[in-house]
Design a protein around this ligand. Structure first.
Ligand code: NAP
Length: 300
């Protein structure tokens, strides 16, 4: 390890959000990812013995928990089945991380989601709003939050929504998917009555750094603190990238009549609580999309 760098043991560090955070925070932090591909201690987070062995062997004082079963549609097909992957990874896996944090005295930083809310609020959700999930992924993530809070470990929970990165990951995030569809002329009508609170992952890395360094306890909304419709976001991407074509309006209420899985109408969160503590400013979503467009143009 480089002199002056800090060890962090984590999960999900190969995923869409975790891998970018690792890119941006290395080498200030030296990350060790607990997963099945680990060279000496392959770890399935649903197995408490494997988790304890890896966490106890680590010199890190913090545990950064990104790993999750994130396919919301497939999770819905598993609803009420506590033996299936969504429950096992999201709830049992998180219980195991909290148990390991407690037993080793490490601080746990856990990544959660706005899908713990029902989506019926008109304005932005605050940390004082009660979780009330309406589908299985959100339910498992809400139980994960409860498991952490009941664990006796030291913890920070960071909730995000619709994360997007400056660069393109193998699994496209919402902004890169929109760019790709705009170019291909395959963009579906975009809801102008469905609200989201996008999270710029490059900025979120600064929040993770703050949580790792300060070990501040509590739940924090770590999205942009802005409320966007899918339609306005697509229009902004189109304008900044100067992609020709029409962005058509869609209606979430029509979509919900046909959708088998419940879908939150609003997942925007206020980030005021976090911003009052963060030592560094965060970009607006418009600025962040401008960054994405620079990176996108440079990569073409
Ligand atoms: N993406 C979103 O839209 C979104 C929105 C809000 C909140 N979040 C939260 O943000 C966090 C990161 O999401 P993401 O989109 O970056 O996830 P992702 O790309 O789907 O990656 C999931 C990660 O979890 C790991 N993992 C899954 N099962 C595991 C197991 N049994 N043992 C060890 N590792 C396991 C995967 O490792 P392998 O690749 O080795 O399988 C992968 O690194 C999650 O907690 C998610 O709930 C995401």
């Amino acid at each position: 390890m480089t002199t002056g760098s800090t060890a962090v043991i984590g999960t999900g560090l190969s995923g869409l959000v975790g891998s970018k955070v690792v890119d941006l925070l290395s080498p200030t932090f030296v990350f060790e990812n607990m997963d099945l591909n680990h060279p000496t201690l392959p770890t399935d987070i649903t197995n408490l013995d494997q988790v304890l062995t890896a966490v106890e062997a680590s010199p890190a004082s913090t545990l950064l928990h990104f790993a999750a079963y994130t396919d919301v549609s497939k999770a819905w097909e598993q609803r009420n089945d506590k033996n299936d992957l969504a429950y096992q990874v999201n709830v049992i896996g998180t219980q195991n991380m909290a148990e390991a944090a407690k037993r080793t005295g490490k601080h746990l930083v856990h990544i959660s989601t706005a899908y713990v809310f029902d989506g019926e609020k008109k304005g932005m959700y605050t940390e004082d709003d009660l979780a009330n999930p309406i589908e299985w992924y959100g339910q498992t993530k809400a139980w994960a939050e409860e498991a952490i809070q009941d664990s006796g470990a030291s913890w920070t929970i960071l909730r995000i929504d619709q994360p997007f990165r400056s660069d393109q990951f193998v699994r496209l995030d919402m902004v890169h998917r929109t760019i790709s569809n705009l170019h291909a002329g395959t963009l579906a009508p975009q809801f102008n009555n469905h609200w989201i609170g996008p999270t710029y992952v490059d900025d979120f890395a600064k929040v993770v750094r703050w949580a790792l360094e300060s070990k501040t306890e509590g739940i924090f909304h770590a999205s942009s603190g802005e409320q966007w419709t899918d339609y306005d976001l697509a229009l902004t991407i189109q304008e900044l990238l100067k992609i020709p074509g029409e962005v058509r309006k869609g209606d979430v209420e029509e979509y919900l009549k046909k959708s088998a899985r419940p879908y939150q109408r609003n997942t925007a969160m206020s980030s005021k609580k976090l911003r009052s503590l963060l030592p560094v400013p965060q970009m607006t979503i418009r600025e962040a999309i401008r960054h994405v467009t620079f990176a996108y143009v440079a990569s073409q």
